[in-house]
Every structure is written in C-alpha cells, then in structure tokens.
Ligand binder design. Structure first.
Ligand code: 4NP
Length: 162
C-alpha cells in the first residue's frame, strides 16, 4: 500500500498529513505502508515545510523538518494506490494530470478516511497558529482512521481495476 498526501504548496497541509500518517502507521506496526506528499503547484519545490507546520507537528511529537516539497507528477498516479487530497481544488487539479483511467485514485483525504463526507482541510497558509492546530487535528484524525482500517484489513493493494 502506497499513500500520497496532496495539497497546493506541499509545505503546510500535505507534509503535516504525511507526518501524521507516518506516525500513526508506525505506531500501529504498519511500517510496510509507504507514505509521501506532493503539491499541485511547484513554487515551493525543494523547500522544507513551513516553519509553522514544522512547529505544530513537533508540538504533537512528529518531526517533519526533513521533508522537502515537490510537485505532483502524472507518474504518481501509477506508483501510488491513493492520492489523498486536502481540498476539492487540489482534487480537481490532481485529476487533471492523471493518466487515462487512473483519475479516481485521487480522493479527498477526510472523506476517504471516514472523518467527514466530502470534508476539506482548509489552507492554514494565511492563518495563524490556531489554524495550523486545526489542520493537525484534521489530518491526524484522518491518519488514525486510516491506520486502524489498514491494520484491520492488512490490505496491501486496495485499488484495483476489475
Ligand atoms: P499548502 O499551503 O497547500 O497547505 O502547502 C499553501 C502553501 C503555499 C501557498 C499556498 C498554499 N502559496 O501560495 O505559496
């Protein structure tokens, strides 16, 4: 199983989601699940996460300081089983570059995790510390649910065309 968290800049929401997923999966003994993150925009490629995102994650015991931003690419749809998008615009932008037949691998993170139907992770970039805390609460709730589900099913590849 390979999971890719996707947002716009890959410096706030998706690296926080990647960190939360990695922490929850490892705590559940699911180290065979691969995690990564990417942005639909490439402006911050090569950069570390936003310092506020790093500080927020660190406050919850998760180190995301070593992550580096990169832009989403079409081949991510080949490699990953699921592309977990923070908001609807990310979902639209991601699906736009999907190879034929693979667009449905891109889903909304909170929806797919079972946290909130059609729920979006709001962009904290122009917000303050409390906005980053809300982001963490949302992505970590999703990460917990996902880890429990994968732990229950032990599914190694969940996305297959019939
Ligand atoms: P993210 O937040 O998509 O959660 O990483 C953003 C980061 C940077 C920008 C927008 C959103 N930006 O416009 O530079």
């Amino acid at each position: 199983m390979k999971l890719l968290a996707v947002c716009l800049g890959n410096i706030c929401r998706s690296p926080m989601a990647e960190g939360a997923l990695r922490a929850r999966l490892d705590a559940a003994g699911l180290d065979w699940v691969e995690t990564d993150s990417a942005g639909t925009g490439g402006w911050h490629a090569g950069e570390a996460p936003d310092r506020r995102a790093i500080a927020c994650a660190r406050g919850h015991g998760v180190d995301i300081g070593g992550l580096r931003a990169r832009k989403l690419k079409a081949s991510d749809f080949e490699y990953f089983d699921w592309l977990l998008c923070a908001d609807v615009q990310n979902l639209i932008d991601a699906r736009r570059i999907a190879p034929i037949g693979l667009a449905e691998k891109a889903v909304l993170l909170l929806d797919w995790a079972g946290v909130e139907p059609e729920g979006e992770v709001a962009d904290p970039y122009y917000g303050d510390t409390s906005d980053f805390e809300r982001t963490w609460t949302e992505v970590d709730a999703a990460a917990q649910r996902i880890a429990v589900r994968i732990g229950n099913t032990q599914e190694r590849v969940s996305w297959e065309r019939p």
